[in-house]
Design a protein around this ligand. Structure first.
Ligand code: FES
Ligand code: FES
Length: 886
């Protein structure tokens, strides 16, 4: 039964409006659905994320918590009301110049919170900014550039605009993120679109049968279709690897994790919202779930997948030399076991999109990190040829690996195909968290040894990774981790193994680092302990062992081109000494607060492990001289649109503003591969450079020919340059020997923390980060990636732990807020990569990896406590401190 409508009049962005709505409608929904003001975003509908922040009269409010009936006669300002026509407000301009918007999904909320602050306090200090913006979550930026932007208003900095590589060019696609014009997955839909909602399993393990849907249809005439596994036209199994397609679009008689989709309801919005899950006839036989790695590996464990011999999805291995013999002769041996938790991506944009059938093709507009993989997966699920599928990516409100897997896409595609009507789906926050992939929980054991001179002689490492119910990116993690298990150090004798284990928990997939952040906690603790045993300073110990050009890795690869870890450590050395001494002196005063400084290093192979991962690009010039870059490299907030434009501009010798972008659409661009593994700058950047050089060569050969007289060659262009780059790698043999990556990023970070030994709380006071990025194509964006990675590293170290059924929202699952991210000092080390475009490598993943081990090292320095489990929540820290006390 629909609620009675009422006329509500209010002022929105200075304009009087009258709405005929249910007065209980959320203000956010009224703004978006009734007035089309989709600049106000929905991240949680629960008051937790602040993405929906607007100004109501003189104060910022969460529009999702206010009923539209409450705002009758009042004045609302949304992000669309900030700019004067095409003229950005000074606040918006500051965000633009400082790179304060990455994906942009939180940006409207941030702007409105800052606008509220500035109305009250035109010259705020940092504390006032942190306070005023404290209710808005950002998962991309680490907040620091947002704070910088708000504080800069008295002394604004213009962004660079007319330069190529090395310039702090403002985002080429940044304006739409600042004005509310950007269209994310939930922001655009045809007027006749039906709504789809999946009904999901409340059980981690169960078998089920479906009953008769006729009563459901009879009770809800607006219900157009209930989709089940039988409605999947092609293969009801998807997955990243051709041999690992094990995940059903809709479960077929069995569910393997809580949150798995069982059926999908399709109908008008009100009907779909009105149907409760209890009305859907699903008859469950609940099974005892397999929870945790040990249960998955137990000899008598129930098998999750019939095609596997047991619950082991895959194993990985790298081995060289004789670690046991080397260890027997070593002067120092350190060992330990480590444990990490499921970590949720917590992108602020829940999964969303819509699909329509166009003849014998299906078109999907949705949030994704990988349009071409989506195209091929949808073709597989639909039983279509890839050419019958068009993916038009929406703007992506954060991904971090979590939007590499399919979410809404197959559901809306199947529904639209059968119903021949557009179908839309927007996940709720709990649905997003319950159904999406997570960072793999790890159980790691490590034993490293060093000689008297401080040189590492051996490393033995084993990591079990909980890959959850389905394969997803488990094989990638299992293969990447052993290669990185030594850390960025030369170790001549190594045995590093891994195992991905199925359980009845969420599928663990790709999350910024593919297992390397978990491994770094182990190898960096080993470095600290060996250094301490040998009486060598922890920074100098790392410096002595650092991989450099010419070093041989455990995979037998001789490093070429760029390996700037020692330069990173050199940059940190003065801060390391100064901060350690200051912390020691602070602790000398006694009291419950203790300070500590930790250091950690990392390396990260750029691109896919030991496999082809090419990128192809096109850039063309039209008769009127317009240059268009057709780029399939998806910008998920990290800034690849700007980076690709800068590289193209540099190669063509034109200003970036001359270049127009067409991105992502699989009908209009070539396959640039997925946005993950920190690969786009290096791989797609090389492809763009090659394409632009090809175009430049063609134009030079044409001389002074009048472009307008030339025939079109493709896509409205009279000359088209093409470029392709595939990083040179080789397959690894049974001992993991070969060339897994063409190049590696390196970094070292320091963390200064303050720990309350009575409460167990840890506050990060400062991070100093030195990153070898080869060449910073755009320093502002590189810094933004480092800030964002560090924020996620703080979350991994101190607070984030996803528990199915218990932390499926953003008030029980904590991510760092603006108050949790301290000042960050950055040293950009540019050790040029000879294979990189203008020397560049990648930064996405490297930014996060050293942060958690640096914080753990700082906790040890502060307290003597060696924590081997993250997150280091106050209760864990307190319990461990108590256990230390004799
Ligand atoms: S959508 Fe309103 S606070 Fe998250
Ligand atoms: S820029 Fe803040 S969530 Fe992406």
């Amino acid at each position: 039964m629909s609620a009675p409508m009422q006329r509500v009049t209010l002022t929105v962005n200075g304009r009087a409006v009258a709405l005929d709505v249910d007065p209980m409608t959320r203000l956010s929904d009224a703004l978006r659905e009734e007035l089309g003001l989709t600049g106000t975003k929905i991240g949680c509908n629960a008051g937790d994320c602040g993405a929906c922040t607007v100004r109501l009269d003189a104060a910022q409010v969460c529009a999702c918590l206010i009923a539209v009936g409450q705002v009758a006669g009042r004045s609302v300002v949304t992000v669309e009301g900030l700019a004067q026509g095409a003229q950005l407000s000074s606040l918006q301009a500051a965000f633009h110049a400082h790179g304060a918007a990455q994906c942009g999904i939180c940006t409207p909320g941030m702007l409105m919170a800052a606008d509220d602050l500035l109305a009250r306090n035109p010259a705020p200090d940092e504390a006032a900014v942190l306070d005023a913006l404290g209710g808005v979550l950002c998962r991309c930026t680490g907040y620091r550039k947002i704070v910088e932007a708000v504080l800069s208003l008295e002394n604004p900095r213009p962004a660079d605009s007319e330069f190529g590589v090395g310039a702090r060019l403002a985002k080429v696609d940044g304006i739409a993120k600042l004005t509310g014009a950007e269209r994310f997955g939930a922001d655009a839909w045809p007027a006749d679109a039906l709504m789809l909602r999946a009904v999901r399993s409340p059980h981690a393990a169960a078998r089920f049968t479906l009953g008769d849907f006729a009563p459901l249809h009879a009770g809800h005439p607006g219900l157009r279709r209930v989709l089940t596994a039988r409605d999947v036209p092609g293969s009801n199994a998807f997955g990243i690897y051709p041999t690992g397609k094990d995940q059903p679009v809709l479960a077929d008689g069995e569910v393997r994790y809580r949150g798995e989709a069982v059926v999908a309801l399709v109908g008008d919005d009100a009907t779909i919202a009105a149907i409760s899950d209890d009305e859907v006839p699903i008859h469950w036989t609940v099974l005892t779930p397999i929870i945790g790695i040990a249960a998955g590996l137990a000899p008598d464990a129930r098998k999750l997948h019939a095609h596997l011999a047991d619950n082991v999805l895959v194993r990985g291995r790298v081995a060289c030399g004789d670690p046991e013999a080397a260890q027997a002769k070593a002067a120092a041996v350190a060992s330990g076991s480590f444990e990490t938790a499921f970590v949720e991506h917590a992108y602020i944009e829940p999964e969303a999109g819509w699909a329509r059938r166009v003849g014998d093709r299906i078109e999907i507009f949705a949030t994704t990190q990988t349009p071409y993989m989506d195209r091929d997966e949808i073709a597989h699920v639909m039983g279509l040829a890839p050419t019958q599928v068009r993916i038009i990516p929406s703007a992506v409100g954060g991904g971090f690996g979590g939007k590499l897997d399919l979410s809404v896409q197959p559901l809306i595609a199947i529904a639209a195909w059968h119903l021949r009507q557009p179908v839309r789906c927007v996940y709720t926050r709990p649905e997003s968290m319950a159904s999406s992939t997570k960072r793999h929980p790890a159980r790691i054991s490590a034993r490293f040894a060093a000689a008297r001179d401080g040189k590492l002689v051996s490393a033995v490492f084993h990591g079990d990774f909980n890959t959850g119910a389905y394969a997803s990116w488990g094989p990638t993690v299992a293969n990447r981790v052993p290669v990185h298990a030594t850390g960025p150090y030369a170790v001549p004798n190594v045995r590093a193994t891994s195992c991905a284990v199925h359980t009845n928990e969420p599928p663990a997939g790709a999350f910024r680092g593919f297992g390397v952040p978990q491994a770094a906690i182990a190898h960096e603790t080993m470095m600290d302990e060996l250094a301490a045993q040998l009486g060598i300073d922890a920074l100098e110990f790392r410096h002595r062992n650092a991989l450099k050009v010419g070093s041989i890795t455990a995979s037998g690869q001789r490093l070429e081109g760029s390996a700037g870890l020692q330069a990173c450590l050199d940059a940190l050395r003065p801060r390391w000494r100064m901060l350690r001494a200051a912390a020691d002196s602070f602790n000398g005063k006694g009291g419950v607060l203790r300070r500590g400084v930790g250091i950690a290093c990392m390396w990260y192979g750029i691109g896919n492990t030991s496999m082809s991962n090419p990128s192809e690009m096109e850039i063309g010039v039209a008769r009127d001289g317009t240059i268009t870059l057709f780029s399939g490299a998806l910008d998920i907030g990290q800034g690849s649109n700007t980076i690709m434009t800068q590289i193209a501009a540099e190669a063509l010798g034109v200003a970036p503003s001359r270049i127009r972008l067409v991105t992502g659409d699989t009908d209009l661009t070539r396959d640039a591969g997925k946005t993950s593994a920190s690969r786009q700058t290096f791989v797609s950047g090389n492809a763009v450079k090659a394409a632009a050089e090809d175009l430049r060569g063609q134009l030079e050969r044409l001389g002074n020919v009048d472009l307008s007289a030339l025939p079109e060659v493709a896509k409205g262009c009279v000359a088209m340059g093409t470029g392709r780059y595939d990083p040179p790698t080789t397959a690894l043999d049974g001992d993991g020997q070969g060339v897994p990556y063409a190049t590696y990023g390196f970094a070292a970070q320091l963390a200064l923390i303050e720990l309350d030994i009575e409460l167990g709380t840890t506050r990060v006071l400062r991070i100093v980060a030195a990153h070898d990025v080869g060449r910073a194509i755009n320093p502002t964006q590189v810094e933004g990636q480092i800030h964002g990675g560090i924020a996620q590293g703080i979350g991994l170290a101190l607070m984030e732990e996803y528990q199915p059924g218990r932390t499926e929202n953003l008030h029980d699952y904590l991510i760092p807020t603006i108050g949790d991210v301290p000042p960050i000092e950055i040293f950009l080390i540019e050790d040029p990569e000879t294979r990189g475009p203008y020397g560049a490598k990648g930064i996405g993943e490297p930014a996060l990896i050293p942060t958690a081990p640096a914080i753990l090292g700082a906790i040890h320095h502060a307290t003597g406590l060696r924590l081997r489990q993250v997150p280091a929540t106050p209760d864990r820290v307190r319990a461990a401190l108590r256990a230390m006390t004799p």
